[in-house]
Design a protein around this ligand. Structure first.
Ligand code: KG4
Ligand code: ZN
Length: 334
């Protein structure tokens, strides 16, 4: 069964054709990062306009690369929430038009469920139930993945998302947007013990907090410069990353122990972070837990993950009407 998937929730216009949920026949991504870099973050109005310009070409390319015609498709899956509303509306409206003209059912997919599903593509043996740490630019959650379409959130961020914290710390260090990957690279040649950064506390043991850590990085840079010195950028990056990674790893592993999970997965853009991948792999192995990761190319936004989740939503009968709307925010829990 072949599904066409469309993703346009932020600054990537993406389309993919997925067969039987886990085989990627094509995956095309038109990124707008270079343009948003000029402004130090995503400009929603520009994102919507670029999606409008790119979507026809991206979908066509995905169909051509997969060597599939519209008549061979079983359904059209699309990210309908959460994200930038103008950006989401481009994908949803396009998918609705295409579904109507080709006589296909439309399958609305929650973006975060898509990120989790990226694990199914890389790891064909992975099946729910498992515990997933979702770390993206907009979300930080510990999620019980009960089955392919039902989830339960047991931990969340109380302020910034993990990716947001990486990007804000990176900006303070002078790196371009999105800065997570620059912190990852810089940290490799820094000394993670050079500076002391606070470990944020939360009331709920499975919740996260990043804003104090981000502020500490900004203050550290500011205070060092006020003393007429230059901060060691690589070491600040290494200290920030170590603190964030330790917090994510410790809370995730303790939630897994407390709830009796032996199967773990990681999802979202920050799942591309080399130190986080290593840290959870090590902790999981020490605790006799299996740990699954998406391929690096499937961590950040793409449509293949939307097609994978779309397949399971379709099997569960979760199709949408042509009155389907897009939502900037939408609870992950159904
Ligand atoms: O999942 P994603 O593509 O978009 C959202 O749904 O939000 O995540 C983007 C986030 C950005 O904050 C970016 O800096 C972060 O993922 N990211 C990383 C790395 N690669 C991407 N953060 C840390 N280390 C990386 N290697
Ligand atoms: Zn995302």
């Amino acid at each position: 069964m072949k599904i066409l998937a469309i993703e346009s929730s932020c600054d990537e216009t993406a389309a993919a054709v997925i067969e039987d949920g886990r085989t990627v026949l094509s995956s095309v991504i038109a990124t707008q990062i270079e343009e948003h870099k000029l402004y130090g973050g995503v400009v929603p109005e520009i994102a919507s306009r670029r999606h409008c310009e790119n979507i026809v070409g991206v979908v066509k390319e995905a169909l051509i690369k997969a060597n599939v015609t519209l008549s061979e498709l079983e359904a059209a899956a699309v990210t309908y929430a959460p994200g930038l509303i103008g950006a989401l509306l481009v994908g949803v409206s396009f998918a609705k038009g295409l579904a109507m003209s080709a006589g296909l059912p439309i399958v609305p997919v929650h973006h975060i469920k898509g990120h989790i599903a990226a694990n199914y593509i890389t790891n064909p043996q992975l099946e729910p139930p498992f515990l997933c740490l979702v770390v993206s630019g907009g979300h930080t959650n510990i999620v019980k993945v009960t089955d392919y379409t039902s989830l339960e959130i047991i931990g969340k961020t109380t302020d910034d998302a993990a990716g947001e914290a990486f990007d804000k710390a990176a900006r303070a260090l002078g790196f371009p947007y999105p800065g997570g990957v620059y912190i990852d690279r810089a940290a490799k040649s820094g000394d993670p013990a050079k500076y002391r950064l606070p470990v944020p506390k939360t009331q709920n043991p499975y919740d996260f907090s990043f804003s104090g850590l981000k502020t500490a990085v900004i203050n550290l840079i500011h205070n060092t410069r006020q003393r007429g010195e230059e901060p060691d950028i690589n070491s600040v990056a290494a200290c920030f990353q170590l603190t964030a990674v330790n917090m994510l790893t410790d809370k995730f592993i303790s939630a897994a122990k407390d709830f009796g999970y032996k199967k773990l997965a990681l999802a979202g853009g920050v799942a591309a972070n080399s130190s986080l991948r290593e840290s959870i792999s090590k902790a999981a192995a020490e605790n006799g837990m299996e740990f699954f990761l998406p391929d690096l190319s499937l961590c950040t936004d793409n449509a293949a993950m939307i097609g994978c989740q779309g397949y399971y939503e379709y099997l569960a009968g979760n199709t949408g009407e042509l009155s389907l709307n897009a939502y900037a925010t939408k609870k992950l829990q159904l």
